[in-house]
Design a protein around this ligand. Structure first.
Ligand code: PEP
Length: 263
């Protein structure tokens, strides 16, 4: 269902009126985790000022350590809805458990499946039935074929509003958290009709690499980027070292504005 054999033209997915697809470049940004109403509003206002048209923010955080901040849960979803009201930006937020799909779908405009759950087939089926667009991250050890099959689990439940997100894969290279597989973007675009965006923040874990990797995403023809921003990265409860602020955010905004027209 997700292959170009089934659907030769590349698709556009609409997220509360905002397109993600071949005719636009979509800039999504916001905090890694929702920590408080003020932190979320400040982060999203920074993102919007830089040109973002969809906000991100995790209320349910899939942390490697069970002792790390796990997110505010439904309280976080309420904060996201209030910030949407204040800024007008649609919300993409992660769902980590099939039991939470109804509550997350009640607040979110797009449901995110993170890298750790990209092979959680019950969860993929549940979001396929939720009636909302889905942002499907690539599993960090998934081949492109396995990633597309994960999308197929969602599509098979009647939901073709899927945006794929390349967010790095695990390799032997330790200087970045994961290795951004930039070649995956054109490979997937040749095989699948679904839009493909890039997450340079979670791929690298390093704010100094977010702008260069975003430029790479733009150059290779990605349909958008999703990046972390935080008003005070030093105090962030989650992934502060990759969050943009000030000069880097302005550089990213400039790179997006200077986007060459699509081929
Ligand atoms: C996220 O986007 O908040 C996240 C945890 O990303 P990933 O699943 O790619 O690690």
């Amino acid at each position: 269902l997700v292959s170009r054999q089934h659907h030769p033209d590349r698709s556009t997915v609409w997220v509360r009126g905002v397109p993600v697809g071949p005719d636009s470049f979509t800039f999504m940004a916001g905090p890694c985790a929702v920590e408080s109403p003020q932190q979320t509003l400040e982060a999203v206002e920074m993102a919007k000022a830089a040109g973002a048209t969809i906000m991100r923010g995790g209320a349910y955080k899939p942390r490697t350590s069970p002792y790390a901040f796990q997110g505010l849960g439904e309280k976080g979803l309420e904060i996201l809805a209030a910030v949407r009201e204040a800024t007008g930006l649609p919300v993409v937020t992660e769902v980590v458990d099939a039991r939470d799909v109804p509550v997350v779908a009640q607040y979110a405009d797009m449901l995110q499946i993170g890298t750790r759950n990209a092979a959680n087939f019950g969860l993929l089926q549940a979001v396929g039935e939720a009636g909302k667009p889905v942002l499907l991250k690539r599993g960090m050890t998934a081949t492109i074929e396995e990633w597309l099959m994960a999308a197929e689990y969602i599509a098979q439940r009647g939901n073709l509003d899927i945006v794929l997100c390349e967010r790095g894969i695990r390799t032997f290279e330790p200087s970045t958290r994961n290795t951004l597989d930039i070649s995956a973007v054109p490979v997937v675009q040749a095989t699948s009709h679904l839009p493909v965006i890039v997450d340079p923040s979670h791929a690298s874990g390093r704010k100094d690499l977010v702008v260069p990797l975003s430029r790479a995403a733009i150059a290779v023809g990605a349909d958008g980027v999703i990046v972390d921003v935080h008003p005070d990265p030093e105090t962030a409860l989650c992934d502060g070292p990759q969050a943009l602020l000030g000069a880097e955010l302005r550089a990213l905004a400039q790179a997006v504005r200077q986007l060459p027209p699509a081929l």
